[in-house]
Design a binder for this molecule. Structure first.
Ligand SMILES: Nc1ncnc2c1ncn2[C@@H]1O[C@H](COP(=O)(O)OP(=O)(O)OP(=O)(O)O)[C@@H](O)[C@H]1O
Ligand SMILES: [Mg+2]
Length: 326
């Protein structure tokens, strides 16, 4: 089997905003043709992490990283113009709020066609044809007619599919999808997920999928990264992380969602609240909520331990030198 080809690699990503250290030392690796799922409670920093990969953070945000490599190139010194090109051609994003992606004064089909004209270099006529074909591929019936509608004339689910069509129009190498199917009913959600998987396979597209739905993660992703209070507490192959979660936070997430086939948003069911990120955190951010916390946990940050092949956790329980007295 061919070794996976690295598409995006980020090391030690940190984001501060409004005096809060919201994303803390995050490492991400996304491979071409593969899906990495990013999961975690509301407010854990998933969207900020995603936005930083497109350089679309709020202006007041401070960002630093050791490196960011995309298709073998360092993006660290990219100018705004270079980022714009990259966003137009190679990295696309489906935003958590679909309305923000659309121009309210322009017909939906025209907006998709615009992307194709600008970035795929096709004629207006061909772009219009492809826009309708994309809407059809997203399961929209009467796509030619729907393409002539304005965003406000569409239902939430329809609009979300149009936004997805626009994001994939220029065949991005990397698609970042932030809760792409939350607004969709179960049948349409399943169709959209199949399409995204096809794009990974057919176009060798890398997918960073942010979702609350662990059932979706299981269906879509090869790897998962679990975020808590701005940090990735556990990362690894889906089967490892879901079957034998190594971090107590991942274990709690799994318990909060006993049936992974059930579709519900229950990541909030873990007792307690996340820490205040405006103050430095000495130890593990989950210590106060962790049923297995030891004295060391609140005092000192755990290292990133290999807990099994293709599975890492930042948790003192996995420290080989740990003694019960710690
Ligand atoms: N523009 C902003 N200004 C100030 N704080 C922000 C801003 N955007 C996000 N935050 C804060 O950063 C933290 C992480 O937000 P983020 O949107 O990344 O969370 P998330 O994991 O995507 O949550 P959700 O699952 O609800 O979408 C939150 O505490 C949020 O309040
Ligand atoms: Mg979010």
């Amino acid at each position: 089997m061919k070794a996976p080809e690295s598409l995006l690699s980020v090391r030690d990503l940190n984001i501060s905003l409004g005096g809060q250290h919201l994303v803390r030392s995050v490492d991400l690796d996304i491979e071409a043709g593969q899906c990495l799922a990013l999961v975690g409670e509301s407010g854990s920093g998933k969207s900020l992490t995603a936005l930083s990969l497109m350089r679309l953070l709020p202006r007041s945000a401070k960002i630093s990283q050791q490196y960011i490599l995309f298709e073998g190139q360092s993006l660290a010194a990219y100018s705004e113009a270079q980022w714009r090109q990259l966003r137009a051609r190679r990295i696309a994003m489906i935003f958590q709020n679909p309305m923000t992606a659309m121009n309210p004064t322009m017909r939906v089909g025209q907006q998709i066609a615009e992307v194709l004209c600008l970035h795929a270099g096709v004629s207006r006529r061909e772009a219009n044809r492809q826009a309708v074909a994309l809407l059809e591929r997203l399961g929209i019936v009467n796509a030619a007619q729907k393409a002539r509608q304005y965003p406000f004339e569409m239902s939430g689910g329809m609009l979300q599919r149009a936004v997805i069509a626009m994001a994939i129009a220029c065949k991005p190498a990397l698609l970042i999808a932030d809760e792409p199917t939350t607004a969709l009913d179960a049948t349409v959600q399943a169709e959209v997920l199949v399409l995204l998987r096809e794009l990974c396979n057919e176009q060798n597209m890398g997918l960073l999928l942010i979702t609350h739905d662990l059932g979706v993660v299981r269906r879509m992703a090869q790897k998962v990264a679990v975020m808590y209070a701005g940090k990735l507490v556990e990362t690894g192959a889906i089967s490892r992380v879901f079957n034998t979660p190594a971090h107590p936070y991942t274990q709690a997430l799994k318990q909060a969602m006993p049936s992974l086939t059930e579709q519900r948003d229950s990541l909030m069911a873990i007792p307690g609240t996340p820490p205040d990120l405006s103050k430095p955190i000495a130890g593990c951010a989950f210590a106060a909520r962790c049923p297995q916390a030891m004295n060391v946990c609140a005092r000192q940050q755990p290292a990133d331990y290999l807990t099994a092949p293709e599975q890492h956790a930042k948790c003192w329980l996995w420290d080989p030198a740990r003694t019960k007295a710690s």
